[in-house]
Structures are given as structure tokens and as C-alpha cells.
Design a protein around this ligand. Structure first.
Ligand SMILES: *Cc1c(COP(=O)(O)O)cnc(C)c1O
Length: 413
């Protein structure tokens, strides 16, 4: 189970695994290749680990977290798509979805901490806009992984766990005066120190293959690959992960020969990948993200505001979009809020993460523009939601801030 090798996308060489994040000869992503060509689902394993054959881990952790795919009759009727499927990752007990940190970042965090422990361990350093930090903090609280989490000051309110940390000092929260990209800068500085290992972000195959379980769950549930996949993106890693999972499902042979078309959405006014995709492979700072700071301050979904997404690199978002086809969407806050309300009204009042509302709005606009045929099989990735219920059903433990720094400072670690 979980037998795999790592391959450099650009150069093709096989790489040794010691929590390897990149090839030292080529720029670009590395990718996992699994011994199991066909996916065997293992429902006896906890949560997401039912898909262990296609996760870069050998062991599992005790968890209920996994994506859940369902057919929402009300939503299908409201949007006018009989073959619309939702894959939900968040807290939604009526649909048996128990991801208590509320977002699909927990699908990334679970296999990551197993891969990390199986390949050397140490203190993991994570930069986050909020949701990633919360997911890894929860893992640290539950399983005792030592983590340093670096977030922009404005994200502090989103950093909590639903478990009292087993040991104190396992979670060190650093806040930065600045935005998500400034948090990345500070996190990178910390990882120059012995024993502090970068989590890796998009370069970490455990994160991508963890996110890839969304498509696996959908294909297993629907019994075929969807024709279209909708997701809101900040880094676009979910788009890359879906492309990779789709190629594995094609090779499996039982789910159809076509990968789904990708429909990736960003939140106006910060839409760098939407701008670049219209014109070219290279992301240009001034052209694609003018007045970035001001734009970032205005979006309703801060998790979608990455200023250095893995867009141009080999194996990145541009290649995923080129291979799979289709389009990127620019969604304003008002459209997102309307779409979020529509979803909530259709599904027991569950609240959506603002990013998931952006994805829902993109789907509605694709239907209105005739981009998708109403009979197509469509997958809407609801990447987060259910925060209101989490707060009702669990005690919330805010994570204390260890230190606040400027972007050019080094925290005491
Ligand atoms: C991180 C995040 C996204 C964006 O994911 P990427 O694929 O990394 O761009 C979307 N929705 C939610 C809820 C997230 O937390």
C-alpha cells in the first residue's frame, strides 16, 4: 500500500525520497508515481487514508476527515444541472462530512505529516493565509507534530484548534505585519535554520495527492470522471492536483479516457492567474497584479490571494490548464456572496468558506454563458465550509501568538 517513486516532471529522473520537495537539476515540480495502477479503495482505513494506494505514505492516522461527494437535488434544480455533483470538505454532519478545521487544507495536512514523520521529521515550518495554518495546527494538537506556523497578522482570528494540544509548545504561531506573501518570506528565513523543515506548499507531493483525493472520491462515487471541474484557486495547487489525479484515473482505465476540463476561479479584484491565462505562460508582477496590496485587501476570500503561485513552472497551473482545457474566472464579492447563499439555502443552511462561494459563482456564470452543456457531468469542489456548526459542536482553542515580526525580521525560534 502506498508504494511510490518520485519523478522530476521536467527532467524525468527518479529521485530519492527524504521528504524531497524538488529536483536539484531542474526547475519545476516533482510528481509521485504509484505502484498501484488501479485504485483500490480501502474503507477499513480511517478517513482520507481509504485512498492510501495513491497517497505518498505507508502508515495512517486516526481521523474522520475525508472529502464527501454527493448529489444535491435542490442545487441541481436551482442551477439547472441534473448531473451536478458536489465534493464537500468541511464540517457538515448531515452529509457525513467531519473535517473539523473546515477546509480541504486538512486533506493536505494529513498525508503531509505522515510523509514527514516517515522521512526524517523535525519541526515543520508552514506559511499560511489561515486555513493551512489551522489544519496543520489541528494535526499538531492531535498527533504531536512540532510546527511553526507563520501567518499575516490579519489571519490570527482563523487560527484555532478543536482539540487541546496534547503537549504545550508543539505549535509556535508567528504573525507577520504584511500579507500572505510576506508570511512566506519569513517562513523561508526560518527554514534556513537546522532542524526546521519547509512544509513545501505546491512542491510537496503529499499535499497535492491529498487534494487529489477530491477527484478520486468523486470518480468513485459517480463511477466516472466528471466532464468539468470547478474550484476557486489562490495558488492553483488544487488544479494541478486534480490534473495529476485525473491522469492516474485515466491510466486506471475504469473511469473514462478524458480528464475533466478545469474551471478555476479567482476573487476580484485580485486575479493574477486569470490575467496571465488570457495572454501567456509567464506571470508578470506589474501587469497581472497591479496594486496588489490594495486589491488583496478588498477580496472576500483571503485564501485566494497568493502573489507567487506555481503558475509558469513545469508541471504547474499553466500546464494543467493547457492539458485539461477550459477557462479561468474572475468573480466579485457580491456574486460570490449570492452563490454562497444559494448553496446554503439548498443544503441545510451550511455556511461556505468565501472561497467555496467563489467557485459556486464561477459555476453559475459558466452555465449562464453556455460554457458547459447542462447535461454534462460537473464536479463542484466545495473546498471549505461548516464553520458555524464547528463552533456549536466543539470547544474552540485559540492558538496563542508566540511573536509578531516585520517581513525583514527573524523571529526567535
Ligand atoms: C487554499 C484554499 C483554496 C485554494 O486552493 P489552491 O488550490 O491551493 O489554490 C480554496 N478554498 C479554500 C477553502 C482554501 O482553503
Amino acid at each position: 500500500m502506498g508504494d511510490y517513486t518520485l519523478r522530476c516532471v521536467a527532467g524525468g529522473e527518479i529521485l530519492p525520497e527524504h521528504y524531497t520537495l524538488s529536483c536539484n537539476k531542474h526547475v519545476g515540480l516533482i510528481r509521485t508515481e504509484y505502484a498501484a495502477r488501479q485504485l483500490i479503495v480501502r474503507p477499513e482505513l480511517p478517513g482520507i487514508f481509504r485512498y492510501i494506494d495513491w497517497l505518498p505514505v505507508h502508515g495512517t492516522l486516526s481521523t474522520r476527515a475525508r472529502p464527501i461527494t454527493f448529489h444535491s437535488q435542490t442545487l441541481c434544480r436551482e442551477i439547472g444541472l441534473p448531473n451536478l455533483w458536489v465534493t464537500f470538505t468541511g464540517y457538515y454532519p448531515e452529509r457525513k462530512c467531519f473535517v473539523t478545521t473546515g477546509s480541504f487544507k486538512e486533506l493536505e495536512a494529513l498525508p503531509t505529516i505522515v510523509r514527514f514523520a516517515e522521512n526524517g521529521g523535525g519541526t515543520m515550518v508552514i506559511a499560511s493565509a489561515g486555513n493551512t495554518g489551522r489544519a496543520f495546527a489541528q494535526m499538531a494538537a492531535e498527533f504531536g507534530t512540532s510546527v511553526v506556523i507563520v501567518v499575516p497578522e490579519s489571519s490570527t482570528k482563523n487560527l484555532w484548534t478543536v482539540t487541546e494540544p496534547k503537549q504545550p509548545n508543539m505549535i509556535k504561531l508567528i504573525t507577520v505585519h504584511g500579507d500572505y506573501t510576506d508570511a512566506i518570506t519569513v517562513a523561508n528565513r526560518i527554514t534556513e535554520h537546522q532542524g526546521y523543515v519547509p512544509e513545501g506548499g505546491a512542491k510537496n507531493v503529499a499535499r497535492r495527492d491529498g487534494m487529489g483525493t477530491v477527484l478520486l472520491d468523486a470518480a468513485i462515487t459517480i463511477r466516472r470522471m466528471p466532464d468539468h471541474y470547478f474550484q476557486a484557486v489562490g495558488s492553483g495547487t488544487g488544479g494541478i492536483a486534480t490534473w495529476e489525479a485525473a491522469m492516474r484515473l485515466v491510466a486506471d482505465g475504469r473511469f473514462g479516457q478524458n480528464v475533466p476540463q478545469l474551471h478555476l476561479a479567482q476573487n476580484l479584484p485580485f486575479i493574477p492567474m486569470v490575467n496571465a491565462w488570457k495572454e501567456r505562460r509567464i506571470l508578470l508582477l506589474e501587469r497581472d497584479m497591479p496594486d496588489a496590496e490594495e486589491a488583496i485587501a478588498q477580496v472576500s476570500a483571503p485564501v485566494l490571494t497568493n502573489r507567487s503561485p506555481p503558475y509558469s513552472i513545469p508541471g504547474g497551473v499553466f500546464e494543467a490548464m493547457t492539458y485539461c482545457g477550459n477557462d479561468m474566472y474572475a468573480i466579485d464579492n457580491a456574486k460570490a456572496a449570492d452563490a454562497g447563499r444559494l448553496f446554503s439555502d439548498a443544503e441545510n443552511g451550511v455556511d461556505l468558506d468565501p472561497a467555496a462561494a467563489v467557485a459556486t459563482a464561477a459555476l453559475i456564470s459558466a452555465v449562464n454563458n453556455g460554457t458547459v452543456d447542462p447535461r454534462d457531468t460537473i464536479l463542484l469542489n466545495i473546498t471549505g465550509g461548516g464553520y458555524v456548526r464547528v463552533r456549536e459542536d466543539f470547544d474552540i482553542f485559540p492558538i496563542p501568538i508566540a511573536e509578531t515580526v516585520n517581513v525583514d525580521e527573524m523571529p526567535e525560534i
